[in-house]
Design a protein around this ligand. Structure first.
Ligand SMILES: [Ca+2]
Length: 127
């Protein structure tokens, strides 16, 4: 997770995945306690992240047939999670994409509506 960047544009979830891939990256995968903690640390210390203190951020998780999976490049089940206490709540029955909540909620996870345009985090893949 040493090289991730927050987008300068808002896109829906599908377009964020495509945008990261076209840059040779992937939509960010926070699949361990370490990577979740790393993001919270960046949120407090790194200017690019601090700038987005009030923004919703898409990352690379999605619900497939009732199972939450990372889909940044390859799919794998989400094992370690950091849901906000009220989430996932599937508002309107259509929240199937994974976002990070801001506004003082410490980047905890929310299931969001995939068509919503939000900023997003691409993760540089090691090559
Ligand atoms: Ca939700």
């Amino acid at each position: 997770m040493s090289c991730s960047k927050i987008s300068t544009q808002k896109k829906n979830w599908d377009d964020t995945k495509a945008a990261c891939q076209s840059a040779g990256d992937r939509l960010a995968v926070f699949d361990s306690l370490e990577s979740i903690s790393w993001a919270k640390h960046m949120r407090k210390t790194h200017q690019d992240w601090i700038t987005h203190v009030n923004d919703y951020l898409w990352i690379g998780g999605r619900e497939f047939h009732g199972q939450w999976q990372w889909d940044g490049n390859i799919r794998k089940d989400i094992v370690v999670a950091d849901w906000h206490e009220d989430q996932p709540n599937n508002t309107g029955g259509s929240q199937e994409c994974l976002g990070l909540l801001e506004k003082g909620r410490e980047l905890q996870w929310d299931d969001g509506t995939c068509s919503y345009a939000a900023y997003y985090i691409c993760e540089k893949l090691l090559r």
